[in-house]
Design a protein around this ligand. Structure first.
Ligand SMILES: [Zn+2]
Length: 263
């Protein structure tokens, strides 16, 4: 199996299926945690070996609470990947975070309920630090690209992760707005913390699709999908430039995440 893939992307519709990749191949991986969301598309882009795995599956058939996050992260690790870029679609909890804007999560609040969020389950007790859950180096690269492309991007966002697949009640949304959170979604946790446990660099770039339910008009799946398709093009542009901008070697501490975490 390929062991020399550098960068993994959770998503990437519009790139992996557009013929931009050289030597593209589909890789079927099994992990100790089961199958990842789909086959993984691996190929070369601008001289760098990258992999794409849509977290909801290529036919978008896996709801957020059924995503096998452990298998997805493990499969990327098996391919040799050290950097993960995680595009996602989110709702907004703040008026100024408008649909169509980008948001860079730097913190999260975890309101998920039933997810398996650790590899610490085979006799090894590990307590990783997620005080700063994302790779600062990847985040700098992302912001360079969004600035370069003049995309309205909210920096230092707190992402509130809910269980889904349903949207929030008005009472929940009202409560979430009393927290520090700026954006709300269903997939960031435990994906980012598993990447940290696997000592991989991870950063997310979110596109805002709607105002959740606190605004006058409740969110609908149709509304989300419409903004989503507009955002796909923008995200594709960000990713294609970003792959070039990621430094060749890691100068962050993500590779040492377990050094002070084991009991
Ligand atoms: Zn890093």
């Amino acid at each position: 199996m390929e062991k020399d893939v550098e960068i993994g992307i959770f998503g990437g519709t519009g790139i992996y299926d557009s013929g931009l990749l050289e030597d593209a191949q589909e890789i079927d991986i099994d992990t100790p945690y089961g199958k990842p969301s789909d086959t993984i598309t691996v190929g070369t882009f601008k001289g760098r070996k990258i992999a794409f795995l849509p977290r909801h599956g290529k036919k978008h058939s896996i709801p957020p609470h059924k995503i096998n996050f452990k298998a997805n992260i493990w499969a990327f690790k098996e391919l040799g990947i050290t950097r993960i870029i995680a595009p996602s679609a989110v709702g907004s909890l703040k008026k100024e975070c408008e649909p169509g804007h980008f948001a860079l999560p730097t913190q999260f609040l975890d309101f998920t309920k039933s997810r398996d969020g650790t590899f610490s389950d085979n006799g090894k007790v590990i307590h990783i630090s997620v005080a700063d859950p994302f790779c600062p180096e990847l985040q700098t690269s992302i912001l360079n690209v969004t600035d370069n492309q003049n995309l309205k991007t909210h920096k230092n966002c707190t992402y509130l992760c809910i269980e889904g697949p349903r949207f929030s009640t008005k009472a929940e949304s009202k409560f979430f707005r009393t927290t520090d959170a700026d954006i709300i979604g269903m997939t960031l946790v435990p994906e980012c913390q598993l990447a940290r446990e696997a000592q991989m660099c991870y950063a997310s770039i979110s596109t805002i699709t709607d105002y959740d339910v606190w605004a006058d008009k409740p969110v609908t799946a149709k509304e989300v999908l419409e903004t989503l398709s507009k955002n796909v093009e923008k995200t594709k542009k960000v990713l294609t430039e970003l792959i070039d901008k990621i430094p060749k070697t890691r100068n962050c501490s993500c590779a040492k995440a377990l050094e002070e975490a084991e009991f």
